[in-house]
Write a protein that binds this ligand. Structure first.
Ligand SMILES: [Zn+2]
Length: 249
């Protein structure tokens, strides 16, 4: 029987701690059935690294953008560069972009930078990888105001079933990660258990995990197993469905 194969739909392989031993990390993940990756950028400094990976067979998708924590790195030049890269590379996505209102002092600049990047995603018809923390109302407002309909992944989902449904209505898949491994994350575990499975994806957000920031995509094997247990599913069936969900994007 063929081993189930999974895609880590959110891992920061360009982070130095992962990039410095990438072949080893990729081999280790593949051994556990984690064979494909979606890699988002954090700042414009990552963009050239990601662009150079476009032909790698393990890459499912690459996303160029600026993370809300680092919105001050998004300049008019970055905006022009991002537009050019999207124009030149039809398979690029836009990410990781969005809002994080944990960081209240950055609220206004985050909104401005998110909107500018969303404009480009819309102009070039690309899905986005969305970071959205304590900001669902504003996020929803902006998506609707901009009439953004290209969807994407609502990454690191940490909300309730009801909040997931709002994101799904706007065309997003729900990216669930390491929170699934936390027995106290009851709301999110319930969302993972009861949402229609065609809207789910799984991710590690490597290397970021539990403050030590040394996670690697191999962790996805545990997340997949936990989701299969929660839903009473066979691992192979889960892998097939998640692959279909991705193929729709
Ligand atoms: Zn991320």
């Amino acid at each position: 029987m063929k081993k189930p194969v999974f895609t880590d739909t959110h891992c920061h392989l360009a982070e130095p701690i992962l990039r410095c031993r990438l072949p080893e990390i990729v081999a280790q993940a593949a051994e556990q059935g984690v064979a494909q990756f979606i890699v988002p950028a954090i700042t414009p400094n990552d963009w050239q690294t990601l662009l150079a990976w476009q032909t790698q067979p393990e890459i499912h998708a690459l996303a160029l953008g600026v993370h809300p924590w680092f919105c001050e790195t998004y300049s008019p030049q970055s905006h022009a560069d991002l537009a050019q890269h999207l124009h030149d590379n039809p398979s690029l996505w836009v990410g990781e972009i969005g809002l994080d209102f944990h960081h209240t002092e950055l609220r206004e600049p985050q909104m401005a930078v998110f909107q500018q990047q969303l404009d480009l995603a819309k102009q070039y018809s690309r899905p986005i990888i969305a970071h959205n923390v304590k900001s669902l109302d504003t996020f929803t407002q902006i998506i609707k105001q901009k009439r953004f309909k290209c969807g994407g992944i609502a990454h690191a989902f940490s909300g309730s079933l009801e909040q997931a449904k709002i994101l799904i209505q706007m065309g997003f898949k729900i990216g669930i990660g390491t929170l699934l491994l936390n027995p106290n994350a009851k709301k999110t575990r319930a969302a993972a258990q009861f949402l229609p499975i065609e809207h789910l994806l799984i991710e590690t957000d490597s290397p970021f995990w539990r403050g030590s920031n040394q996670a690697t995509p191999v962790l996805l094997a545990q997340i997949a197993q936990e989701l299969a247990n929660l839903r009473g599913m066979d691992l192979a069936d889960l892998a097939a469905i998640l692959a279909e969900n991705l193929a729709e994007m």
